[in-house]
Design a protein around this ligand. Structure first.
Ligand code: HEM
Length: 507
């Protein structure tokens, strides 16, 4: 009888076959037997993340989520380990304060090599940074210390729009709002404005900001390639790396400038923590004041790199979002004469020298803002979180620990069971909101990772709306330069932006 002998190539073949069988077995288990197998979704979802990646890369993930929820319901499987969820109850569970589901590693792909308050997935790191940044961004601190400086920028922006209209017949509100909010966040964060409004030019800085949306799309889709040395050889990724380097340079320069100012003025942070103190010293504190103080005196310190990384995300998160909100608000209001009339009359009746409190008390203005933040939430894309190791029940499905769940504000805000006639811009729907409406409305995210800039955002939006419609009560959307509704189509990489990157208005 012939004896069985295994050659080395036979052993390799056997091990390889075993590996493939094991992998296939795992895939089959996950697809047909594992806990996620009961969750509805497209046929390919249990097998691959490719479609998910494609829709993210082409800025369509928000529409994809809306379509899939319409077809499959509130919980949809979109990848071997990934789900979309779409109910106020699931959002409350995932984004709770007590035991929040942590952010997924997807956030670290945003800016590889960078860890900041926004993209960290480390709860301790997050708590430390949030503690230091939250109090300067509180409503009272913003109003007492920062408001006078903010208001001057709004006056300048409106005068620039007026000048355009007088000289060329129209103005680009998207451009001016972006310059405005960029100048504001520059000044509040680093003690000096970026002077976009004065310069009136789409300079490299703004181009980079806009480029960042595309860059982030690429990063999120191909994160591992983007952060590898391979990326240096691929043309798209080379540009991407340059953009990232420039962004770090802006942040570093801003921090350096701020440090120099602090040293030059020998700022006493205690004295300057009130408006009166700031007037006396002639120098105003910044949102990063506490960071410097922590660096100098506190037991817990922030490294120079941490400061730069937080500065970078402030530039990105704090400029685009309020300007996009203001742009879509003006566009939506100007397309609805009855809304425009009611809003313009309300803001026209404000007293001279009106305050933030006066603006908070305006009923219709705040309804319009709430409806704008529903339909045009500035960060409406999926917010991925990881189910804790013990697992969790979401909308009747048991999800094992480690599954990734995404709440998509774009879809949540268009759930017709909660918001009847969801595509209609209707501020009056917020006059008597149902509990479901209130629970499902989350333009600023939720839980411990809710937007830290929310009060600044509200101050900017209220001021912007009031100043704009007091100056231009009869503004209308222009058709010059080929401007059309197509320019305002929603493009969503992570933040929202108008497709044409412009919104031309006549008055
Ligand atoms: C209309 C304006 C704004 C909207 C709609 C908005 C929306 C959001 C959302 C949805 C999140 C949560 C993202 C997530 O869970 O992944 C967030 C976080 C954040 N936002 Fe905003 N934002 C706005 C304005 C601002 C401003 C003005 C700043 C500048 C200070 C800012 C800074 C941040 C930061 C630093 C975070 C991360 C917070 C953390 O993880 O603790 N945002 N924002």
């Amino acid at each position: 009888m012939e004896s069985l002998t295994l050659t080395s190539s036979g052993i390799v073949a056997l091990v390889a076959t075993g590996g493939v069988v094991l992998l296939l077995g795992q895939k089959l288990y996950k697809a047909y037997v594992g806990p996620l197998s009961k969750i509805p979704g497209p046929w390919y979802a249990p097998w691959t993340d490719l479609v998910n990646t494609y829709v993210a890369l082409t800025a369509q993930k928000h529409l994809y989520a809306l379509r899939l929820h319409g077809k499959y319901g509130p919980v949809v499987r979109i990848g071997p380990n990934e789900l979309l969820v779409n109910s106020a109850a699931s959002a409350a569970t995932i984004h709770q304060v007590k035991r929040p589901f942590p952010k997924s590693s997807w956030y670290r792909k945003f800016l590889p090599g960078v860890e900041n308050i926004f993209n960290t997935i480390n709860p301790e790191f997050h708590r430390r940074h949030r503690r230091l940044l939250a109090s300067p961004l509180s409503e009272s601190s913003l109003q007492t210390v920062f408001l006078p400086r903010i208001e001057a920028h709004f006056d300048l922006a409106i005068s620039k729009m007026r000048h355009d209209i007088n000289t060329q017949g129209y103005t680009d509100v998207a451009k001016w709002f972006l310059f405005l909010t960029t100048d504001v966040i520059g000044e509040l964060s680093f003690g000096d404005s970026f002077h976009m409004l004065e310069r009136n030019e789409l300079n490299q800085y703004i181009r980079d900001l806009q480029g960042h949306k595309v860059v982030r799309g690429l990063r999120l889709a191909f994160g591992s390639i983007a952060s590898s040395s391979l990326s240096g050889f691929l043309p798209g990724f080379r540009a991407l790396r340059k953009l990232n380097e420039r962004n770090r340079m802006y942040a570093t320069q801003s921090i350096e400038r701020q440090k120099a100012l602090v040293e030059k003025q020998q700022l006493d942070p205690e004295k300057a923590s009130s408006d009166a103190g700031a007037k006396a010293t002639g120098f105003y504190p910044t949102l990063f004041q506490k960071m410097y103080k922590a660096n100098d005196e506190d037991g817990e310190t922030l490294t120079a790199k941490e400061l730069v990384d937080d500065a970078g995300i402030f530039i990105i998160a704090g400029s685009d979002t309020p300007s996009t909100t203001l742009t879509f608000l003006v566009w939506a209001v100007c397309r609805h004469p009855e809304i425009q009339k009611a809003l313009a009359e309300e803001v026209a009746a404000l007293p001279e020298g009106y305050t933030q409190q006066d603006l908070k008390d305006l009923k219709f203005l705040n309804l319009v803002i709430q409806e704008t933040l529903r339909l045009y939430a500035a960060a409406p894309s999926a917010l991925p979180r990881v189910v804790p190791p013990s697992g969790a029940e979401i909308d009747g499905y048991w999800l094992p620990g480690g599954s990734v769940v995404n709440t998509t504000t774009y879809a949540l805000h268009r759930d017709e069971k909660v918001f009847p006639d969801p595509d209609k811009f209707n501020p009056w729907r917020w006059e008597n909101p149902t509990r479901e409406m209130k629970n499902a409305w989350m333009p600023f995210g939720g839980g411990t990772r809710t937007c830290v800039g929310i009060h600044l955002a509200y101050i900017e939006i209220r001021l912007g709306v009031a100043r704009f419609f007091r100056e231009f009560p009869h503004a209308k959307i222009s058709t010059r330069e080929g401007m059309s509704d197509d320019d305002m189509k929603e493009v969503v990489f992570f933040p929202l932006s108008p497709k044409g990157k412009r919104c031309l208005v006549e008055a």
